[in-house]
Design a protein around this ligand. Structure first.
Ligand code: HEC
Ligand code: HEC
Length: 207
């Protein structure tokens, strides 16, 4: 058999082999699942629009800047922020590496929330606003909007029961907010903490 004839005879096999190996090569390159596909897992708890659950058990995340979501996911993945559910759903089995974390973060940033935030009683809004300005605005900004550069989540339009729970736990020294927020929150009476949460839940997010 001459060289040309030999090449012609093996060509179909070479094509088959490449066709077989190529998808595996692409998959290990990381571009396996899109943000939308990855978010399907998350939607079970955070809901399709990223609106969370109004009883405060699951925070609203839709529309948080991608950098904020990314940082919080990294904190769950490293164990710096503890929550059994989130540590499970953000691990390598669910988000395989930095590209997956990035893809799902950008998808979440693009979500438009339709679930309205759960609010408080509305009785102590002025006190809530004043306390926020005094104790929180230095880091969270005057309106509690996200601070992308430091990965601080938007507090504005978050469910009041979620904010209240995080702050109550922080005052008790529990959870990852504990260390940084304990001295700030533990000196506030519970009704003042509830007032801050109520006021924040009513601040409209920037679109
Ligand atoms: C089993 C339910 C569940 C699933 C599934 C889930 N989460 Fe969560 N998520 C939670 C809970 C509960 C919290 C709040 C934890 C806490 O109290 O600190 C949370 C918190 C978060 C936060 C931090 C929000 C903030 O304001 O600080 C982000 C970001 C987040 N989840 C993203 C995701 C992504 C992305 C996925 C999918 C890959 C996902 N979650 C899947 C329940 C879930
Ligand atoms: C010294 C700066 C600083 C001050 C003051 C501060 N915070 Fe924070 N806060 C942060 C940072 C940084 C984060 C993000 C990192 C984290 O989740 O621990 C955060 C996160 C939070 C979260 C979690 C948001 C989420 O969606 O999970 C809540 C709730 C919160 N702060 C409420 C408050 C309130 C209310 C006050 C005032 C009583 C306050 N903080 C004062 C820096 C601060």
């Amino acid at each position: 058999m001459g060289y040309d004839a030999f090449m012609r005879s093996i060509l179909p096999w070479v094509v088959l082999l490449v066709a077989h190996l190529l998808p595996t090569a692409l998959a290990s390159g990381g571009e396996v699942e899109s943000g939308a596909e990855l978010y399907r897992d998350c939607a079970a708890c955070h809901s399709k629009d990223g609106g969370g659950v109004t009883d405060g058990s699951v925070p609203a995340i839709g529309g948080q800047p991608a950098e904020v979501v990314r940082r919080q996911l990294q904190r769950f993945r490293s164990g710096a922020r503890t929550d059994l559910r989130m540590q499970h759903f953000s691990n390598d089995d669910h988000l395989a590496g930095a590209k997956a974390v990035d893809a799902v973060s950008r998808y979440i940033a693009g979500l438009r929330r339709v679930t309205p935030p759960a609010k408080g009683s509305g009785r102590e809004l002025a006190a809530g606003a004043a306390e926020f300005a005094r104790s929180c605005a230095s880091c969270h900004g005057p309106q509690g909007r996200a601070v992308e550069s430091s990965g601080i989540p938007a507090l504005a339009a978050q469910h009041a029961p979620y904010l209240e729970r995080k702050l109550r736990d922080a005052a008790a020294g529990q959870n990852s907010l504990g260390q940084s927020h304990r001295p700030i929150v533990s000196r506030l009476p519970p009704e003042r903490v509830a007032a801050i949460a109520d006021w924040l839940s009513r601040v409209t997010p920037l679109d």
